[in-house]
Every structure is written in C-alpha cells, then in structure tokens.
Design a binder for this molecule. Structure first.
Ligand code: ADP
Length: 434
C-alpha cells in the first residue's frame, strides 16, 4: 500500500525520538550523553537500512523490496516503482523492435542499414542470402569491404543517391541487382537491393527483338522500294487506280523506312556502351551541317530559319547521337510549324554549361500532351504526323540521347504562340580547350 510521504510527520517523529532521549537524560542527569546515544542509534539504524538497500539493489534476485517501515519504505517503494516502469518500457520497446524486424524480414528485397562510417548496423535475411552477408559476424564491418563491385563502390562513395544502379550479384554473376540507397536519421543509410535479373533479361530480349525485327524488315523493304522506283510513274495513260496505288505504296514504304531507321537508331542508342567522356563534339560545327539539311527540308515550307551559334567550345559526347537529337528537334519545328513561320536555333554556353534551344512560332502544343511527348509512338495529331512522315519516335530518340549525356529535354509551349524545345548540359560537360 502506498502512503504519500509527509516531511512534517518525519520531522515530528525525529523530534519525538530525540525528545524521548532528552527526557531520559534529564532523568539520569546527563542529557547530552543520552541525546548523543539516541542520535548514534538512529545513525546505526539508517546505515543498516542503507546496507540492506545496497544488498537488494546489487545482490538480491528478488524484484520486490524488503518489508521496512517509515521513510525507508517510501524510498524502497519509489525505486521499485521506477524499476517496474523501466521494465515495462523495455518490454514495449523490445516488442516494437521485434515487430519491425519481422516486418523487414518479410520485405521482398535485401535491406542493410549502415552508419556514418559505412559499418553495418543491421541486415535482413535476404541480405544474408542474396548478398552473402553474415549475421551477426558481419555487424560492424564496412559494407564496401563486403560488396566489392567497382560500380557499387563508386556509387556508394559518390553520395548521389537519387538514382539506383544495377550491378551483378556478389554471389552469382548471372543475377542482376538494383541497389538503391536512402539516407536517413543521423547520417545512417538504408541500402535496398532488388533482384532485377528477370526484368533485365526481358529488357534485353525486348531490345534484341526490336533491333532484329527492324534489321530483318529493312531488306524486303529495300527490294520493294527498288521495284517501285523503276516502275513507270509518269505514264499519263496509266489506269488512275494503278497510279493512286503507286503513289500510296511509295508514300507508305517511305514511312515504313523512316520508322525502321528510327527504331534502329533507338536500339543503337539504348545498346550503346560508349562513354560520353571519351569524345568531344564541336556543337556549332555540327549544327552548321544540320542547317544544310534543314534548308533542304524547308524548301516547301519557306520558314525563316535562323541559327545563333556560339563557336569555340567543344562538349563531351557522342556526335552521331547528338546530331540525331538536334536534327530531330529542328526537323520537328520545320514539319509542325505552318508554312512561312519563324524558327530560331540557339547554341550558347556560359560558365554554367551549354544550352541548345529550338524555338518556333507554330501552333503550339496543349499542356496535357507535354509530359507524354517523349513516349514511343506518342503523337498529338496522328493524321498530321503521318502526313509529315513522322514515326512518333523522334522525341523518344532525343530523350534517350540526352539521358545518355546527363541532360533532359525540356519543353515550353503555348497554343497559338509556338514551342520551345531545349536542353542544357552542365559545366562538367564542356571540354577544356587545351
Ligand atoms: P514524329 O516522328 O511523329 O514527329 P516525335 O516524337 O518527333 O514524333 O514528336 C511527337 C509529337 O510531338 C509529334 O507528333 C507532334 O505532334 C509533336 N511535336 C513535336 N515537335 C513539335 C513542334 N515543334 N511543334 C508542335 N508539335 C510538335
């Protein structure tokens, strides 16, 4: 039973105790000695209680406190209450950690937590099975000493975790893992590794399939075009139906050829393992060459096309890919701007990097289409796009090329005013002129 502690009661009891000894001392005529004896007795009793408390705290196995009275009962009760509270808290915390561990064991991915020094704090069962970590013997060991793939180590130390990387499994080179790192708390990192073997196999199969089909279709198409070219098309006497069929066949084979060419370009870019930092491109010179082709394409449309080029600086990159991206953007502006429009092409650079921009004063594109323009085969107006011979792959090619060059296609467009297609490359992409 807990009684609230009262200081007044305790002081009154002490006074009564000393008063009793004082009275005895007065009776035997030595008050000082009697009070001193009483105080010594009190001191000894308290020391004895302290000794018992120490024994209970450090040596006793019993949780419940020994039975005592008075002030000491309050002290024992207080300590006992604190102990019980701590034990309950520990239990709750233990249950929480257990539930969290069970949850993370149920994760379909390998998960590892490392501290600010890259030392492993915790890992789940899949991390042990798939990444070969041992638990608990690997706790406290550096993660980059256990997963030794150079690409992973580079990614781990670069500190730029906003994109995942894909590298072979440390245990089985046939398996591919996607590693994603998420910083949290006080410089802790959570590493999630997902088995993407099947996905990358499917992706490879898809790429190979598209590349092979496009390649195989090219030959029969060349034969058909060849025969169409040698057929007499200007024969005034010819049956009008045959004439119509001839023109339709020529237009459709041309469209199909463009489509196949674009598919092959896309496959090549996707499969490209060329490193962008191994070559440099003179953008201004390359755009000058594209201008010749643009002028030829512009003959029917009669747009005012102006090129504003900053000369002198080269950028890191792959010329064939950048040529394909820039010409796609310029040719689109020519094709989709109504005749007699104004098209401006800019290549400029500053300390921050370079910027390529194609601006037209065409019909513009409605806002809802902008985010989908770079999807394969996405067209705003299918019929119109077909007339221009477009495959619907142009902006998809641009997106892949820019992705490969660490950049991104950006589009500003207003219906009735025109469009701006542009991309920027950072200063690290500008090759020094030495
Ligand atoms: P396509 O091969 O059909 O031209 P793209 O991927 O190059 O395909 O372009 C996708 C769509 O974006 C086009 O069908 C067209 O509707 C629209 N588009 C692209 N460039 C422009 C532009 N400069 N002005 C207006 N619409 C454009």
């Amino acid at each position: 039973m807990y009684y609230p502690f009262s200081w007044i009661k305790s002081v009154a009891r002490l006074c009564l105790f000393l008063l009793f000894f004082a009275l005895v001392g007065w009776y035997v005529n030595d008050m000082l000695l009697a009070v001193a004896m009483g105080a010594t007795g009190l001191l000894l009793v308290n020391y004895w209680q302290l000794f018992k408390l120490n024994r209970w705290l450090w040596h006793s196995r019993k949780m419940s406190p020994p039975a005592v009275n008075g002030l000491w009962e309050h002290i024992y009760e207080g300590i006992y209450y604190l102990q019980r509270r701590n034990r309950n808290k520990r239990k709750e915390l233990g249950a929480l950690v257990k539930r969290f561990r069970e949850g993370s064991e149920a994760l379909p991915d390998a998960a590892v937590v490392v501290d600010a020094n890259a030392c492993i704090i915790w890992c789940n069962r899949l991390a042990r099975l798939e990444l070969g970590l041992r638990w608990p013997s690997d706790a406290g060991r550096r993660l980059d000493n256990l997963i030794r793939h150079p690409e992973f180590i580079e990614y781990f130390h670069a500190g730029k975790y906003h994109f995942p990387i894909e590298v072979p499994s440390p245990l089985n080179a046939q398996k591919s893992f996607e590693y994603r790192i998420m910083p949290y708390g006080e410089e802790h990192l959570l590493l999630i590794a997902r088995d993407v073997t099947r996905l990358s196999q499917l992706e490879e199969m898809r790429k190979d399939f598209v590349a092979n089909v496009s390649h195989e279709l090219r030959t029969p198409l060349t034969v058909i075009t060849g025969y169409l070219e040698i057929l007499p098309d200007s024969d005034e006497q010819a049956n009008p139906f045959i004439k119509k069929a001839y023109y339709e066949m020529s237009a459709q084979t041309l469209r199909m050829q463009n489509l196949i060419e674009d598919l092959l370009v896309l496959s090549r870019i996707e499969a490209s393992s060329e490193r962008i930092y191994e070559n440099t491109v003179d953008m201004a010179a390359m755009l000058k060459q594209i201008k010749i082709e643009a002028d030829a394409l512009n003959k029917g449309k009669k747009h005012q096309i102006q090129f504003h080029l900053d000369h002198g600086e080269r950028i890191y990159g792959i010329e064939t890919e950048l040529r394909s991206a820039c010409s796609n953007l310029i040719f689109n502006a020519i094709n989709y701007t109504p005749a007699g429009g104004q098209i401006d092409v800019y290549w400029s650079y500053s300390k921050e990097g370079g910027k390529f921009l194609v601006k037209d004063n065409g019909d513009g594109i409605e806002q809802q289409h902008l985010s989908r323009l770079t999807e394969r085969f996405y067209r705003v107006d299918k019929a119109r796009s077909r007339k221009t011979g477009g495959s619907g792959l142009g902006l998809s090619i641009v997106k892949h090329v820019l992705n490969h060059h660490n950049s991104k296609l950006q589009i500003n467009s207003r219906v009735g005013e025109g469009s701006e297609f542009f991309f920027e490359v950072g200063d690290a992409m500008i090759a020094s002129q030495d």
